[in-house]
Design a protein around this ligand. Sequence first.
Ligand SMILES: [Ca+2]
Ligand SMILES: [Ca+2]
Length: 322
Amino acid sequence: MRWILAGRSGMALLLVLGMVALLSVMVVGFSSEEGIDIELAYNFRDSVQAQQIARGVVEAAVAVLEEDDPSHDSKDEQWGGFSQYVAGASTYLEGATVDASIQDESGKIDLNALAANDGYREMRIAQFQRLFSLLHVDATEEEVREIAYAVIDWIDEDGETELGAEDDYYQSLDPPYHCKNAPMDTPEEILLVKGMKPEYFFGTKDHEGIVNYVTTGTNGRINVNTASETVLMSLSESAGEQVVANIVDCRPFLSNDLGCISGLDLSGQGAESAWLRSTLVANSSRFSVEVKTVTASGAEVHVRAVLERINNKPTIVYYRIY
Ligand SMILES: [Ca+2]
Ligand SMILES: [Ca+2]
């Protein structure tokens, strides 16, 4: 892949890195003047510096996505090489290391879509079940179906249970909490839902969890250019290894008119074909940025940010430092 550190995005990162250097000098100057214990000051400075670097990297990701052509999204575009770009730019930082990547959230399965009332609920529940099965999660089909219904009840506005669980169940727990009755803000929220177990979500030494395959806020659309092989196989019982290989061979799809995908019935009259037509796209509305910064003294900061394209402008809608 050809990779060019240039243009506005490159400038944005370099500017922010320059500001970080300035800031660290200011913090030291301030603290010695005030006579604060110098070691505490250094710790504080390093933690602030790591956070500022991470923030700068997120701003650089916004800049990269601002320049991106939104008509299709695939990993061979500039955002797909963001890690190499950051690795190159971080050589300008004295002693600090930065790892970062941009992921397409539309390559994952939207948990909120389970509750959509568009006639495709059974398709999505079946997809949810296939995901667990593909990952060899130790849960029966029936248990996964019950979790799917509990997710629907967790999200839908009413308090009537649809084979899942509503407020009366969650209020009976110790400690009790309320059923959300609204869309999930993050996929981790599924851990609060009846029947869901941490090992299903995070995985165990024997199997992967669903954490890397689920998302929220993508309106149930799945980008065929960026979906993992597991997500592609979850789309249909007929999406076997050969079908997935066909899709991977045809990438990148350049518009939402996907044409035909050999082995996947997109033009059929059945409910599954209709659901696939309404679900599969070639572009994305949501990206996430993961950043890990370690300063020379060992201060470590992780940031996860979610960027949503609103009128083709990437906007930070979620930002977490941990
Ligand atoms: Ca694009
Ligand atoms: Ca409900």
